[in-house]
Write a protein that binds this ligand. Structure first.
Ligand SMILES: Nc1ncnc2c1ncn2[C@@H]1O[C@H](COP(=O)(O)OP(=O)(O)OP(=O)(O)O)[C@@H](O)[C@H]1O
Length: 353
């Protein structure tokens, strides 16, 4: 069952030059209850504006928004009363890149703050706040001030606070972008645990495909206010259709860094760089050797990695293939028949062409 439904949602801003910015354009999204849904795109793609329409922190210019069975907006008009919206918003938690904690009060007071309209007595509020801190493994830091905690710990406090009113939905807006890799891993693992234990629906905005690969079930790729491609993570990684998906899956993070650090000279006419992505279960482990024996091309490995997508090992190889045009064509045919997703890159890691 869809817990979040957006239909033909638009958000326009008038900017100072009197030109309209179409920050979100005709977006349709259906997010199933209990899933982790990633929204990925470069800076300025419209991700934050889009997710802020889910709790009407941003009113859309047009479209229909239904959350948890209640229509908030129909054909651009707000139909939920402000009072009911206030109540509905308590069931939509939110965490941000910069944690947004109050630094002058303690960790437990930060969490308790979110419960001030809950109708609970002070004692009950404190007990619940402590319980929430236990959930994020920070009970021992209850009386610390945010400033005394690491970034990862501060984000865990923010998560505890966001969960205070037992939300059905948690929106994470670049929540790991300011964290080091270790803290990023911890926060992503915590989000996964919360999804599983609380049947929480999580909308994860990020510009990092690695975060999406680690925990998302579904993913939408956004560019210039539009959703360019969406689907389940497995399909997007193994069969990206759009250039945007290819550049996120293919030319993403590690691959681009590898190519940059190699500082390859301009490729010769008979040299081509490919990124190969494949399910390890379906593809023979000897593809590089097979290419040499069967097609007669020379294959140099530039980078290799295996990662788990929902428990399934997915291999990524970056290879430089040397051979004349006929052999290059045969290479592509061979790889496609072997169920390998092939993306051609230039020597800097950009999509070729
Ligand atoms: N209040 C506003 N007034 C005018 N333009 C805005 C406003 N908010 C956002 N925009 C513009 O809308 C576009 C989308 O911005 P948005 O912040 O949603 O993108 P994003 O994908 O979340 O990027 P980032 O990760 O950098 O925040 C940008 O061009 C931005 O400048």
């Amino acid at each position: 069952m869809a817990i979040i439904e957006l239909k033909h949602v638009n958000v326009d801003f008038a900017n100072h030059t009197d030109k309209t910015v179409h920050a979100v354009h005709d977006v349709n999204l259906s997010i199933e209850k209990g899933t982790i849904f990633g929204i990925v795109g470069f800076s300025g793609a419209g991700k934050s504006t889009l997710v802020r329409t889910i709790n009407l922190l941003q009113k859309p210019t047009a479209g229909t928004i239904k959350v948890n069975g209640t229509e908030f907006i129909k054909d651009g008009q707000q139909i939920i009363t402000n009072k009911n919206l206030q109540i509905a918003r308590r069931k939509i938690g939110m965490i941000f890149q910069n944690f947004n904690l109050l630094n002058e009060i303690t960790v437990i007071e930060n969490v308790a703050f979110a419960l001030k309209h809950s109708g609970l007595k002070e004692k009950e509020i404190n007990a619940k706040a402590l319980q929430l801190l236990e959930l994020v493994d920070l009970k021992d830091k209850a009386n610390f001030y945010p400033i005394q905690l690491s970034g990862g710990q501060q984000q865990r406090v923010a998560i505890a606070r966001a969960l205070a009113n037992e939300p059905d939905i948690l929106i994470s807006d670049e929540a790991t972008s300011a964290l080091d890799p270790q803290n990023t891993q911890q926060i992503l693992s915590l989000l996964k645990k919360l999804q599983q234990e609380l049947n929480l629906t999580i909308v994860l905005i990020t510009h990092e495909m690695a975060a999406v690969k680690q925990i998302c079930d579904q993913v939408a790729l956004m560019q210039l206010g539009e959703i360019v491609e969406q689907g389940n993570l497995h399909d997007i990684v193994l069969r990206p259709q759009s250039d945007l998906a290819k550049s996120f899956v293919g030319g993403s993070g590690a691959v681009i860094n590898t190519l940059k650090s190699l500082k390859l000279a301009e490729l010769k006419d008979n040299e081509v760089i490919y990124q190969l992505v494949y399910s390890m279960a379906n593809v023979t482990k000897t593809i590089v050797i097979d290419l040499y024996h069967e097609i007669g091309v020379e294959v140099s490995m530039l980078y290799g990695n295996v990662e788990l997508l929902d428990g399934e090992p997915i291999g990524t190889l970056l290879v430089l293939v040397k051979g004349n045009p006929t052999k290059q064509e045969a290479t592509l045919k061979f790889l496609k028949e072997a169920n390998v997703t092939v993306t051609r890159l230039d020597e800097k890691g950009n999509l070729y062409g």
